[in-house]
Design a protein around this ligand. Structure first.
Ligand SMILES: [Cu+2]
Length: 148
């Protein structure tokens, strides 16, 4: 009689096993060592199944990484990450990163410019500032990937 719930649990565990973890959830993050909202975003990724490698770097180094990644000042935020050949700038929700990797568009990556209150890692009580996740294309233009 208790077989069904056990089976369901087993299936859930199997699905949860990181069989596909290697490429699709390995994400590398660059941030300054003193950035606490960056750290909170890393926690958000980890609790959503990402394997995060964090590099704490000097601000000048971080600026160089953004420049090299094609992130202009108007598109920039506090931290920069790379996953599966894409650049992830700022407080992009884990669900949008998963969608990006799954849909695999021909693009540079995603950015949430600035640091909108209420985005993952930017929780400030109940404050919520609506924001767009932008898809940065290879020609430097952007389009709205998701609205939150
Ligand atoms: Cu931040």
């Amino acid at each position: 009689m208790a077989i069904r719930p056990i089976l369901a649990l087993l299936i859930a565990l199997l699905w949860g096993t990181p069989v596909f973890a290697a490429a699709e959830t390995a994400i590398e993050v660059w941030k300054s060592s003193t950035c606490s909202c960056c750290g909170n975003w890393v926690k958000h990724l980890e609790s959503n199944g990402f394997a995060v490698t964090v590099n704490a770097v000097e601000p000048s180094m971080l600026a160089a990484i953004k420049r090299q990644a094609g992130i202009s000042e108007t598109l920039a935020s506090c931290h920069t990450a790379k996953i599966d050949g894409y650049v992830i700038e700022g407080h992009v929700p884990a669900s949008d990163i998963k969608r990006l990797v799954a849909e695999h568009p021909d693009a540079v990556g995603l950015t949430v410019p600035g640091m909108p209150a209420g985005s993952p890692g930017m929780e400030q009580g109940g404050e919520f500032e609506p924001y767009d996740v932008l898809l940065l294309k290879k020609d430097g233009t952007t389009s709205v990937f998701a609205h939150h």
